[in-house]
Design a protein around this ligand. Structure first.
Ligand code: BES
Ligand code: MN
Ligand code: ZN
Length: 508
């Protein structure tokens, strides 16, 4: 489906539309100017519906009313925003998504909408416009790239959406917000598509191809190391994981220099790129193993984020590093008990071949340190344990830097991609001690996400660093708000938001 989103200075009530979306806060119905104006023109139908308690303004309530040519729009969809006190940009994007999905089911084509919740607050208009647009684009998403599906008819339907009724002096702000939100939601969708793709159609080689195409499209510097170059660089941990598969591993790098005045200040983004995780010799149970085609969710997020940062032309330097491989139990696979040597010379006892994410990240982090990238942010579907701790509501955030952690949390609060900071106390390091090597790759049953993060920490050293364990949130089990069943594209919008607030000291 094609979606066009534009502004218009013409009043929405005087625009020919299949449907006009207006929204109201609970208990504030009569205070909304547009709601009252439409009510007058429709001879008081809203008043009746309010009296009958069919329109209350409660969160997510949808009421469709026909206008019988009394105004230009053929219909009005009244959307409830819930209480004004609990209204946030996250609520706004969820409601926008639910409303536009309803519109899609009805097959309407030309839609007008207000910026939900913006009436009372002038300054929030930009943020609320971003969440409106992101909500609509993400809410309409479904995974369509099934080259293997013979009846894969493309949805040729076009939805034209006009955003109007904002405070007039803000037209430029609104246009900037629309542009920003289109880029961030397209980036989230790009990440979702990569994750939803079956593993035989998203091998390390194909992920590399996608990265190269993106690099050409948005002008990124691109370089990928193949196996022989990894051997030269001594990426023993990544190579160790790749040994059980016939697919060649790739170490993909993308670079965007948006701030050439400070060429040495480069933020590092590292994404776990396991294109399929069978567990290796420590093989996983069969049930739900197919979900492990998405074990490159971190890589997808990193690739999509750096692409969007380039499209937005943000004044910042960013480099993305993506170690990509399959984790399979082939005849030459790494075995439990084997010892690998990472790029930085540290030796690792592989107690469990299913703890492969931290192995490939160890080499990528060591390489980032060689390049002196700072701060470093790694994104990884690292542990099932993070879902035990936080459920599917939030990802885990680990950081050795309070400022970086604070900036990430602030960004995530505006996108709704929740993250919760977890501890990195020294006491947890003991669980990773090995008797035969410098460190081992599992820390036992307790605090599984924390010991995984502590493992990464050993390779990070003193560099400012944050680790996002997204295993709890990279997939959604159901369609709800801005999420469709399947990949969520988290935390792409948060990373873009963080990097676009480059007025803080972290990045310069
Ligand atoms: N890719 C998995 C983690 C995962 C689990 C991601 C569920 C998404 C959903 C990771 O490589 C893994 O297998 N981790 C092990 C670690 C253990 C062997 C120490 C785990 O979580 O069980
Ligand atoms: Mn694993
Ligand atoms: Zn994995």
């Amino acid at each position: 489906m094609m979606i066009n989103i534009n502004t218009s200075s013409k009043k929405l009530l005087e625009t020919s539309l299949d449907c006009l979306i207006i929204s109201v806060f609970e208990n504030k119905l009569t205070e909304d100017k547009l709601f009252s104006e439409v009510d007058r023109k429709l001879d008081g139908i809203f008043k009746t519906l309010v009296k009958e308690k069919e329109i209350t303004g409660s969160k997510g309530e949808l009421t469709l009313v026909h206008t019988y040519d009394k105004i230009k729009p053929k219909r009005v969809l009244v959307v409830g925003l819930g209480s004004q006190e609990s209204f946030t940009s996250t609520v706004s994007s969820k409601i926008s998504a639910d409303a536009i999905r309803y519109i899609k089911r009805k097959n309407f084509s030309t839609i007008g909408t207000v910026i939900h919740g913006s009436a009372g607050y002038k300054d929030l208009t930009k943020e609320l416009c971003i969440s409106l647009v992101e909500g609509m684009i993400l809410g309409l998403y479904s995974f369509e790239k099934h080259p293997q599906k013979s009846n894969n008819a493309e949805d040729k339907h076009t939805l034209n959406i006009i955003i109007g009724e904002f405070q007039q002096p803000y037209k430029k702000t609104i246009e900037e917000a629309i542009n920003y939100a289109k880029i961030t939601s397209e980036a989230s969708i790009f990440a979702r598509d990569l994750v939803n793709q079956p593993a035989n159609l998203m091998t390390p080689t194909l992920l590399d191809k996608e990265s190269e195409l993106l690099a050409t499209r948005v002008s990124l510097e691109y370089k990928t190391f193949d196996k022989s170059e990894m051997e030269k660089l001594k990426m023993g941990a990544l190579l160790g994981v790749s040994k059980g598969s016939h697919e060649e591993p790739k170490f993909i790098t993308l670079k965007y220099m948006g701030n050439p005045d400070f060429p040495d200040k480069i933020v590092g983004l590292i994404g776990k790129g396991i294109t399929f995780d069978s567990g290796g010799i420590s093989i996983k149970p069969a049930a739900n193993m197919s979900a492990m085609k998405g074990d490159m969710g971190g890589a997808a997020a990193v690739i999509a984020s750096i692409g969007a940062v380039a499209q937005l032309g943000i004044k910042i330097n960013v480099m993305a590093l993506i170690p990509a491989t399959e984790n399979l139990p082939g005849g030459s696979a790494t075995k439990p008990g084997d010892v690998l040597t990472a790029l930085n010379g540290k030796t690792i006892e592989v107690e469990n071949t299913d703890a492969e994410g931290r192995l490939i990240l160890a080499d990528a982090i060591s390489y980032a340190n060689q390049l002196q990238l700072s701060p470093l942010i790694d994104i990884a579907t690292l542990t099932g344990a993070i879902g035990v701790a936080l459920g599917s509501v939030s990802m885990g955030l680990f950081s050795n830097d309070d400022t970086l952690a604070g900036e990430l949390i602030a960004s995530s609060e505006s996108t709704g991609e929740k993250m919760w900071r977890m501890p990195l106390w020294d006491e947890y390091k003991d669980q990773n001690k090995s008797t035969v090597a410098d460190i081992k790759n599992t820390g036992g049953r307790q605090a599984g996400s924390i010991t995984a993060a502590q493992f990464l920490h050993e390779f990070v050293g003193e560099t400012k660093w944050a680790h996002l364990d997204i295993a709890s949130v990279f997939m959604s089990s159901k369609t709800n708000g801005i999420y469709n069943k399947g990949a969520t594209g988290q935390p792409v919008r948060t990373i873009i938001k963080l990097l676009s607030m480059n007025d803080h000291s972290l990045f310069s």
